[in-house]
Design a protein around this ligand. Structure first.
Ligand code: TXA
Ligand code: MG
Length: 332
């Protein structure tokens, strides 16, 4: 029987050349970055941009991030108004998980920015993404390679799971993503730069470079396109519960539960819960972020009535964007 799934391709010089060719003819491909996998197309090809929206089921009002090899390309081909603050930011954080919003050049088709006069740019760190950008020789616009609103993919198999009826889609395999949550999106068009989406470059790190940074709360972030409260969400109803209340929640429900919890709580609940339905999360934020989406997908696949997540007790540094994603995953 012919598979209807997307196909996973190992990155070699030959397959990266072939993938770049797919981009040149205006089609789309999935590729790894250090944050999450992206679904990419040629930024300067309107048809390719439209394909991305159709394939993801993405609202046409939600703009895309253009991935570039280096800041020179962002400066000279995509944006206007690049200033010394941008230079300082990219010196420190590129290549890496920081996305900058600037005014776009007229040459960039509006299909790449959902009609906005601004454009998001980022230079990814992942070796396979960089090889693809180098071989293709131009910017690749890519949202996360998941169905719109679903949990972002952090390995090639997740992309295939989200696009079961697309045998034509090729996914370059770059292994599991090391960062595991999406890039920080920073608007550089406001007097004081504004974080539109928190990510693994933290507010504290940005403040070290920029001094003042606006960081709106999750509710205020509704001002940013594509940051609807419910996002990054499993299909199963998901709730976020404080550590000290979790035992009571588990005892008082008739529902079947999949649990994402710390090893401490796991130890204290032994005997009370079915270990098969427990996903024990790393205690350090780097490990937690890297495992978060994989764990949400795993819990979703358990087909329980509800997913209960133990709310981590920290909120500074990288725990900030983790708390943001947990809130969004559990909002209905
Ligand atoms: O880590 C990442 O950023 C990943 C990888 C693939 O690079 N990409 C990603 O793309 O998460 P996506 O499309 O899922 O999220 C992009 C975010 C959205 O919230 C979108 O609204 C925002 O960036 N964005 C893009 N262009 C924008 C613009 N011109 N103004 C304001 N927000 C923008
Ligand atoms: Mg996304």
């Amino acid at each position: 029987m012919l598979s209807t799934m997307a196909s996973i391709i190992q990155p070699t010089e030959l397959t990266i050349n072939e993938t770049a060719e797919i981009l040149r003819v205006g089609s789309v491909v999935a590729f790894p970055t250090e944050t999450v996998y992206g679904l990419g197309g040629d930024t300067f090809n309107t048809r390719a941009m439209e394909k991305i929206y159709t394939l993801k089921g993405r609202p046409s009002t939600n703009p895309l991030i253009a991935h570039v090899l280096d800041s020179e390309e962002a400066k000279t081909r995509l944006t206007t108004g690049w200033d010394s603050r941008c230079d300082e930011l990219v010196d420190r954080f590129w290549p890496g998980p920081l996305t900058l919003i600037l005014n776009k050049r007229d040459e960039v088709p509006e299909a790449a920015t959902a009609g906005l006069k601004t454009i998001a740019v980022r230079s990814p760190l992942h070796e396979v993404a960089r090889k693809l950008l180098k071989t293709f020789g131009s910017a690749i616009s890519a949202p996360s390679a998941n169905r719109s609103g679903h949990v972002s993919p952090t390995c090639a198999e997740h992309v295939c799971d989200d696009f079961p009826d697309h045998p034509e889609l090729q996914v370059l395999d770059g292994g599991p993503c090391k960062v595991g949550i999406e890039s920080t999106v920073l608007d550089m068009t406001t007097d004081i730069p504004t974080i539109l989406r928190s990510g693994s470059v933290t507010k504290e790190q940005l403040q070290e470079v920029l001094g003042e940074v606006n960081a709106p709360s999750i509710k205020e972030q509704a001002a940013s396109p594509g940051t609807t409260l419910r996002h990054y969400a499993p299909t199963t109803k998901t709730i976020l519960v404080e550590s000290k209340e979790l035992k009571h929640s588990v005892e008082s429900t008739q529902d079947t539960i999949a649990l994402l919890l710390s090893s401490n709580l796991f130890e204290s609940l032994k005997g009370m819960v079915n270990e098969k339905y427990c996903v024990v999360m790393p205690s350090d934020p780097v490990g937690y972020a890297a495992k978060l989406y994989e764990s949400l997908r795993k819990a979703d696949d358990m087909n329980t009535d509800v997913i209960v997540i133990e709310k981590p007790s920290h909120s500074v540094g990288l725990w900030g964007p983790i708390q943001d994603r947990l809130q969004r995953a559990s909002s209905f």
